[in-house]
Design a protein around this ligand. Sequence first.
Ligand SMILES: CC(=O)SCCNC(=O)CCNC(=O)[C@H](O)C(C)(C)COP(=O)(O)OP(=O)(O)OC[C@H]1O[C@@H](n2cnc3c(N)ncnc32)[C@H](O)[C@@H]1OP(=O)(O)O
Length: 429
Amino acid sequence: MSGNYDIRRFPAVSQGKAGYAEAETWAKAVGFGFHESTRTPEHRARSLATYEVDGRIFTGAYQTGEVAPSSLPADVPVATFGTLRKTLNIGFGRMLEAQLVTAVTVRTSHRRRGLLRRMMTEDLQAAKDDGIAVAALTASEGTIYGRFGYGVASLERSVKVDTTARFRLLHQPTGTVEVAEPKVLLDVAPAVFDRVHRHTPGSVGRQEFYRQMASGELGRDGKEDPAIKATLHYGPDGGIDGYVSYKFLGWDTEPYTVEVVDLVAATDSAYLELWQYLAAIDLVDRVSWPEAPVDDPLAWALADPRCIDASDSRDMLWVRILDVPAALEARHYPADGSLVLSVTDPLGLTGGTFRLEINGGQAAVEPVPAGTPADLELDVSALSSIYLGGVCPVTLRAAGKIRELASGSALRARQMFAVERATHCLTHF
Ligand SMILES: CC(=O)SCCNC(=O)CCNC(=O)[C@H](O)C(C)(C)COP(=O)(O)OP(=O)(O)OC[C@H]1O[C@@H](n2cnc3c(N)ncnc32)[C@H](O)[C@@H]1OP(=O)(O)O
């Protein structure tokens, strides 16, 4: 059935440029797929301007035959698939360019005919042919992407932090905080994020929208957001090394709550001191943050860690290795050793048996003949899960996702794939 469609790819463009009508129609179809009914033409124009900055590529599936009478015309795609390229921090400050997949929708009346499968397999193959070793996405549902070789590589959680008198940090401040005009984040946010990006395994380079959102320049409704407040953190040298952008949720929300819109801290002290600031906001008893790390130093720095109510922990970044030797050789490893990995790939992009040899933290990866005894047998999705050090191979062995053929090799993999600090991704896309 997917042969009845023409798949077309074109770049995002801003208003006034050739191709805008096609790009806008595509964006409308995405809105339909995600049940958005309120986007105005102005909002779409602002979004498309940010997509152009990101260099997004839009893929659409268009009906080739006659469309049903009075139904949406043929120039409205029945399926959408967006991509952009950003760097992924793969641990120890190393960066790898990644194919980011987003805006995946298939019109209800055309679903389950293989359109997603076709767009995904064609796109991953093209990215691999282009020399890209990993793809990544954030998923609307947990059941869709494993079949294409993606594995969960980082987690996040929503927290509600009790900031009444109970909140007390066991931390001696080394810097200071000061309130700022939110618009300063248009310049400040990318510079601070860049530092965080370079020291956080699992971090993905941010799209243009983030600085606009953090500064209140562009809210989720497409307009300026006057409710946004911003506070900066200054390190001991006086330089800005962190910020938080936040909103008061109003007097109807009880307990009175501030919600974190974006919290980016380039040092451990900046992180705790921004929390100290949030907890000190008067007339507020709770701070909520929907994108908090699971492995959170805040919990360990609090006199009473039960100030944090965190019930909702979930998958965040899904990674898909497209080229096993290139991806594994790009990483730094904190433990030397050797592993033979037998990797299966449902899309046939990069399966095989590989010897991973680590010397002085550097990897050499050699394909070895099929039949060579392997230490670990795993699907590419499991390898992608452990790649950023955020998911433990021993746990995946216990879950049956990794088969350990040589005793102790899951633990060896855990030591080899460890990263220097907790894996966390602050970028949704
Ligand atoms: C990265 C992102 O953008 S995440 C956002 C994903 N989009 C959404 O959630 C929007 C609403 N959903 C949709 O638009 C569609 O249902 C999609 C995009 C999820 C699926 O599109 P379809 O064209 O129907 O998928 P397609 O027919 O290619 O199915 C491919 C496979 O995935 C499976 N599949 C598709 N959707 C789902 C799902 N929601 N849950 C479980 N399995 C699914 C199919 O059964 C099929 O399995 P198989 O090939 O192993 O037999």
